[in-house]
Design a protein. Structure first.
Length: 199
């Protein structure tokens, strides 16, 4: 048995199934069947589905986080940051939509809303990721105040609005199977932060 390859297949398959379906509807048997492996292989590497999902979500975030950090904490003007962030989000979900045949939504929202409050192992991974994403929108709101699009006293409320809309738009895109909702995300943020949508 090629152990590194087997573990990688389990991680990749688990993440794909979470994207495409959900955490609750995916069993260890489903993961093994999709990966072309026996259950014995699964339990050689992971003690539970929770441990596998937590590992897969953590690895995916570690790959995505530097890209988002680069955008959010760059010295680019706010409008360009928002455009780059929204384009990155849209491109990711478009790629997943093409892979699975429908809009998948966000695996962190899916797992977080299903299990984070009752599964400590998953919660320990998902909650910090949500906190980090909330900080991104706080930074955008701070930039908006710095560039005088909003008042300094509005930073906290605008950051909350931006993050809540981000979560809501991802859920809405999944429910309606409609990528245009994400394609138009930047226009919502331009409006929320009083940025005129001009080239």
């Amino acid at each position: 048995m090629d152990r590194p390859n087997t573990k990688e297949r389990l991680l990749r398959t688990a993440l794909d199934l979470i994207w495409a379906e959900s955490y609750g509807f995916v069993s260890v048997g489903d993961i093994c069947k999709k990966a072309g492996l026996h259950k014995g292989s699964f339990y050689h590497f992971f003690k539970s589905k929770s441990e596998l999902a937590a590992s897969a979500l953590s690895i995916f975030w570690k790959a995505l986080e530097p890209k988002l950090d680069y955008i959010i904490y760059s010295h680019e003007p706010l409008k360009k940051k928002i455009s780059q962030l929204c384009d990155t989000i849209y491109t990711l979900h478009k790629k997943k939509s093409e892979q699975f045949g429908f809009v998948c939504g966000c695996p962190y929202i899916i797992v977080g809303s299903e299990r984070a409050h009752i599964d400590k192992e998953l919660g320990a991974v998902v909650k910090p990721i949500f906190d980090q994403r909330a900080k991104y929108f706080f930074q955008l709101a701070r930039d908006a105040a710095h560039e005088k699009y909003i008042k300094p006293g509005e930073v906290e409320s605008k950051a909350t609005l931006l993050f809540a809309s981000y979560l809501g738009l991802l859920i809405q895109a999944r429910i309606n199977n409609d990528l245009t909702i994400l394609k138009n995300m930047k226009n919502f943020y331009y409006g929320a932060l009083n940025i005129k949508n001009k080239k």
